[in-house]
Design a binder for this molecule. Structure first.
Ligand SMILES: C[S@@+](CC[C@H](N)C(=O)[O-])C[C@H]1O[C@@H](n2cnc3c(N)ncnc32)[C@H](O)[C@@H]1O
Length: 180
């Protein structure tokens, strides 16, 4: 029986930072940024990313938002120690003007923030919630959104993923790390 910790603890064994080389999510991240987030009007923008992994999406947000808004708040949570620490290590020492980042090394369920956001994103994270947690997770997402705020949910397409994992088996997993 899996408990809620199983889903992020597995990321301590998966080479998710390989994503920097494979750029696996860059297409969908770019789509979200160009077609949804960049349509936001006003001087300020705030985004909360659930389960930000190694912060690949954050890294793409910086250049896209810099100069477009005066105040930019990027916040998120990531419970995997390995992913979170990798993000901290790689985070630019000096952030572009106007950008603030707040991160929580916690599950979404355990994260506490009083801020309301223009966007909440969940990119390939939802299957990591136990079904018994889904209702409270959805309520929490709703409570984090400003009036008129937008929730962006990205889910993998089964058949595509199945084929990808068959043909590019080392996409996420470091070769030789797992025995039989
Ligand atoms: C498939 S990865 C996606 C990472 C990132 N969103 C991306 O697109 O690269 C799923 C991430 O969700 C995180 N995760 C697992 N359970 C979680 C939870 N309860 N709350 C928040 N994040 C969680 C994992 O640690 C992992 O980094």
């Amino acid at each position: 029986m899996k408990n809620k910790d199983f889903f992020y603890l597995q990321y301590n064994k998966i080479n998710w930072k390989n994503q920097e080389k494979t750029k696996i999510n860059s297409f969908i991240n770019d789509y979200i940024i160009q077609n949804v987030i960049s349509n936001h009007k006003g001087d300020s923008i705030s985004i909360f990313d659930i389960g930000f992994g190694i912060g690949f999406f954050f890294k793409m947000l910086f250049p896209a938002l810099e100069g477009k808004y005066q105040k930019i708040l990027i916040e998120g949570c990531e419970p995997s120690r390995v992913n979170y620490d990798y993000f901290l290590k790689k985070k630019p020492k000096e952030l572009p003007a106007g950008i603030t980042i707040n991160t929580h090394k916690k599950t979404f369920q355990d994260t506490k923030t009083d801020i309301k956001f223009d966007f909440v994103t969940a990119i390939y994270v939802f299957p990591h919630f136990l079904s018994e947690d889904l209702e409270s997770v959805v309520k929490k997402i709703h409570s984090l959104l400003k009036d008129g705020g937008i929730f962006i949910l990205v889910l993998a397409e089964d058949k595509y993923l199945e084929n990808k994992l068959k043909t590019e088996q080392d996409l996420f997993i470091e070769k030789g790390k797992f025995g039989r």
